[in-house]
Design a protein around this ligand. Structure first.
Ligand code: VGL
Ligand code: ZN
Length: 201
């Protein structure tokens, strides 16, 4: 069976990947609130419903940091403290429809921007998360990626997805950028297109 939602087709070989729709990014009271991050949730919920109806997989990622990590500004990184293990800020937003497995990333102190890989802070080596094994086990070839933030974790997840050979669509209406530097959002779009992703509204 197939079903359509905002401009996208789902089937059994497709997974909707919902990136980091957590309170710290998606709630105005969050520590790293992404402007309008809450406004994409209803669109994502429609996509989740369409995906489930079509027999597509739905998977979620969750940024999941220890209290001390070189990811945080206070410890030498660039970000305010966010998505600390078991905190309110790390929880998926209460309005988000959650109907599928959740992949946590960053738990060992690495940046964990991509849902697919984590970098060992000691050795600098990339290691796969469970996401790829999970998709492979289900025979998934196509991904639709949405969530937060467009120019950080969505981008890195999409670039890894392309490296791994997934046909990858990004729905910009269901993402928002953090724009740490002006223009990061456009540079992210360019990089994802360059990598062969299908990027549209
Ligand atoms: C993210 C900044 C820091 C994200 C995660 O989910 O896009 N951004 N950690
Ligand atoms: Zn983070």
């Amino acid at each position: 069976m197939t079903a359509t939602a905002p401009d996208v087709r789902f089937d059994e070989h497709t997974a909707l990947v919902v990136v980091d729709v957590q309170n710290d990014f998606a709630d105005p009271g969050g520590n790293l609130y992404v402007d309008e991050g809450d406004q994409i949730i209803s669109t994502i919920n429609r996509l989740v419903a369409a995906a489930r109806e079509a027999g597509a997989a739905v998977v979620y990622t969750q940024d999941w940091h220890p209290e001390t990590t070189p990811h945080f500004e206070k410890d030498g990184g660039i970000w305010p403290v966010h998505c600390v293990t078991d905190s309110w800020g790390a929880q998926l937003h209460r309005d988000l429809e959650v109907d599928g497995p959740i992949i946590r990333k960053g738990a060992r102190g690495e940046d964990g921007y991509s849902g697919f890989t984590t970098r060992d802070v000691g050795t600098g080596e990339d290691q796969p998360t469970e996401l790829q094994a999970l998709l492979q086990a289900r025979g998934i070839s196509d991904l639709v990626v949405v969530g937060l933030a467009q120019d950080v974790c969505v981008k890195e997840t999409v670039l890894d997805a392309r490296r791994l050979g997934y046909a990858t669509t990004v729905l910009l209406d269901a993402t928002r950028p953090v724009n740490l530097e002006a223009g990061d959002d456009q540079r992210a779009v360019d990089a994802m297109i360059q990598a062969g992703a299908d990027v549209h509204s």
